[in-house]
Design a protein around this ligand. Structure first.
Ligand SMILES: *Cc1c(COP(=O)(O)O)cnc(C)c1O
Length: 385
């Protein structure tokens, strides 16, 4: 039997538990920030092995508040990778600082640690590494550079919940780590994010900044313990997570190992089935680290494969399969070229990948039948050329 339903890229696996928990929140009347958010924070904090966690409405909010809570802003520079989602660099701009890109390593597709030092100036205040596709960055080298130059490290771990660096889960290593629960990510809450840290002051400040900058008591001002006055300590933001979102998250984190197991099966199946084709397959294990297997990115090069990445994606789409591009490098986008004077040629490795990379579906929701359709379609498209 063939399945003719369009395979959507990054479709989340939502089951009965999540649905029932959301209904429970709706019936309880407590749909905003409440007890389920606190439960979700505890589950994530324990899972990654960090002392503190603060749930937010996105990872972007987490990146932004991380910078602000560490006092990074106008006149400062933050080093990051160009091969990332625009949110990484945008959050630096929101803080008032300037994103300074450092090219990537072709194999890991993460920031090339050997090139970080030459990008450091007197204005550099932090490094914001991104664990691309779920593959951990070289954190020992990044930490050593941060120590030497007195820089903060804020990890963009939007792809990396479940990843491990030398036996330690991503989330308990650096000053602050930011996770995303956006619909395509390894676990989802619809929109949502969380920061983890071992620094109580940072956690407190981010918590306060995420709800208008109101003092702690404000969080409980409408509870059954009676109305409490609050003080505005900073001009804060509106970045808090709702219980409706946490209701999904508490069941998603409970099944993360099963979701991971399914992605591993898909990854191994893709590796086995696609290995003979004139395309480049992604790297998995590096230096004893655990990959979070968020994205399976292949490189389609016109000279080798007979068609360009964009032509390949179009053919996949016509045959009922969605795919994604992670990423067109940030410095190639209009704003970054016009306002920050970045230009084509600045980061050649990121551009090489950006021109050829395409991500095929790796969601735990993908069935074996769908995975077979995906590899058959790829073979058909490439071999025909
Ligand atoms: C998805 C993503 C983000 C943003 O996450 P949101 O929760 O949607 O704000 C940030 N960085 C990277 C690398 C991402 O892939």
């Amino acid at each position: 039997m063939t399945n003719n339903k369009y395979i959507v890229f990054g479709s989340p696996l939502i089951e009965e538990e999540e649905i029932n928990e959301v209904v429970d929140s709706l019936k309880s009347g407590w749909i905003g920030t409440g007890p389920k958010v606190a439960r979700f924070e505890n589950l994530i904090k324990d899972y990654v092995g960090a002392k503190y966690a603060v749930a937010l409405n996105s990872c972007t909010a987490g990146l932004n508040l991380s910078l602000i809570s560490l006092g990074i802003g106008a006149g400062d520079e933050v080093i990051t990778t160009p091969l990332t989602f625009c949110a990484t660099a945008n959050s630096i701009i929101h803080s008032g600082a300037k994103p300074v890109f450092v090219d990537i390593d072709e194999k890991s597709m993460n920031i090339d640690v050997s090139k970080i030092e030459q990008a450091i100036t007197k204005k550099t205040k932090a490094i914001m590494p991104v664990h691309f596709a779920g593959r951990p960055c070289e954190m020992d080298a990044i930490r050593a550079i941060a120590l030497k130059y007195d820089l903060k490290v804020i990890e963009d771990a939007a792809h990396a919940l479940g990843a491990e660096y030398r036996g330690k889960k991503i989330g308990g290593i650096s000053d602050i780590t930011c996770f995303s629960f956006y619909v395509t990510k390894n676990i989802v809450t619809g929109e949502g994010g969380m920061i983890t840290t071992n620094d109580e002051k940072v956690a407190d400040k981010i918590k306060i900044l995420s709800l208008h900058g109101m003092s702690r008591d404000a969080w409980h001002r409408y509870s059954d313990s009676g109305y409490k006055h609050y003080q505005v300590e900073y001009p804060g933001y509106k970045y808090n997570m709702m219980d409706l979102q946490a209701a999904i998250g508490i069941h998603q984190i409970a099944k993360i190992d099963r979701l991971d197991q399914r992605r591993q099966e898909l990854w191994d199946f893709y590796n086995e089935e696609l290995k003979g084709l004139p395309i480049t397959l992604p790297t998995r294990e590096m230096d004893g680290c655990k990959h979070a297997l968020h994205l399976y990115t292949i490189l389609v090069d016109k000279e080798r494969a007979g068609l360009s990445r964009d032509e390949f994606m179009q053919e996949m789409h016509e045959r009922g399969i969605g795919s994604g591009v992670h990423f067109i490098p940030v410095h190639m986008h209009k704003y970054y070229q016009e306002k920050l004077n970045y230009k084509k040629g600045d980061y050649p490795v990121a551009e090489y990948i950006g021109d050829r990379t395409v991500s095929i579906p790796l969601s735990a929701k993908i069935t074996t039948e769908e995975a077979e359709k995906i590899v058959d379609t790829i073979k058909n498209i490439i071999e025909k050329k």
